[in-house]
Design a protein around this ligand. Structure first.
Ligand code: ATP
Length: 292
């Protein structure tokens, strides 16, 4: 089983030829409301990839809260640990222009009210193969939950920020992208960044977008996993799909090489579709892609 303690946002996405300048109004082409947030994305990715998943976080008592709850439920995620709190849900207002570039305003809303996992949450987390954390909740809540968890902690350090030592001391596996790895370690070279990460945590994966990913452990294992060559239409949540699938495969006892290939295959499927939760592949799709 996989536990995820993290954010749930509603992505409000406006598609337009070009983003408006300050004070300007432009005509948009299309609009979509897509459940997102790194926590909910990783929970959805892991559930679609075939695991039992429990999600812990908060949504608001606005119109978006029930939509996000149902979205997670329909992916098969156990949402008994998802609280409804007074006020707005977490929102990401996104403008995507025809170049595929985007500008985003994130409003934490209910995510900002999360203080830490409850005793009941920690009991469920303690029965899990992994606890997935990201940095979209208040850092004090993330640190407290990581320290209290009796399960291996997998940290996606995004959005990147300074990492408290007490958090890193509780992390079993860290999975930054190359930009986050550089910001954390000060090393531009991904191999050097990986080595620097392993001075702080036992295992690390640095994801490199269409270049694949690097894995290392303090025990000396090193792996390079190529990305699956595909035509990407939207890379939103590629990283979350990768982490979710990686943890599912590891929980099933697969070798690191196999688990990384499973994760790269799931992420490659997700970049061929638009959106966050809408793009994540099912277990059947991942297995089919692995055999071709
Ligand atoms: P995002 O922020 O978009 O969710 P990220 O920056 O956290 O993603 P990336 O390093 O971009 O993470 O991608 C994660 C993994 O997804 C990569 O290691 C790779 O396996 C896969 N991936 C990403 N982009 C592509 C692509 N264009 N083609 C194939 N696979 C890709």
């Amino acid at each position: 089983m996989i536990s995820v303690f993290g954010s749930a946002n509603m992505d409000l996405v406006a598609y337009t030829a070009r983003a408006p300048r300050r004070g300007e109004t432009v005509a948009g082409r299309a609009f979509a409301t897509i459940p997102g947030g790194k926590g909910a994305n990783q929970a959805t990715a892991a559930a679609r990839a075939g695991a039992d998943v429990a999600f812990f976080g908060a949504v608001g008592d606005d119109a978006f809260g029930p939509v996000m709850r149902r979205g997670l439920e329909s992916a098969g995620v156990d949402v008994r640990g998802l609280r409804t709190v007074p006020g707005s849900s977490g929102i990401a207002q996104i403008v995507v222009d025809d170049d595929g570039s985007n500008s985003i305003i994130v409003i934490p809303g209910a995510n900002g009210s999360v203080t830490g996992a409850s005793a009941e949450d920690l009991e469920v987390i303690g029965r899990s193969d992994a606890l997935l954390l990201q940095l979209e909740l208040p850092i004090a809540a993330v640190v407290a939950t990581a320290r209290a968890a009796r399960a291996p902690v997998v940290l996606t350090p995004s959005p990147v920020r300074e990492l408290p030592r007490e958090l890193l001391d509780a992390v079993a596996l860290i999975v930054p992208n190359e930009h986050e790895a550089r910001a954390i370690t000060g090393r531009a070279d991904p191999e050097e960044a990986l080595d620097a990460l392993l001075e702080r945590v036992p295992e690390a994966v640095v994801t490199l977008g269409s270049e694949g990913a690097l894995y290392g452990s303090r025990g000396g294992e090193r792996l390079r996993v190529p990305a699956v060559p595909v035509r990407a239409v939207d890379t939103t949540a590629a990283g979350d799909t990768f982490v979710g699938a990686l943890c599912v495969a590891r929980a099933e006892g697969r070798s690191n090489a196999e688990a990384l290939r499973f994760a790269a295959t799931a992420a490659a499927l997700s970049v061929q579709r638009e959106g966050a939760s809408t793009s994540m592949p099912t277990r059947a799709e991942i297995d089919a892609a692995l055999t071709t």
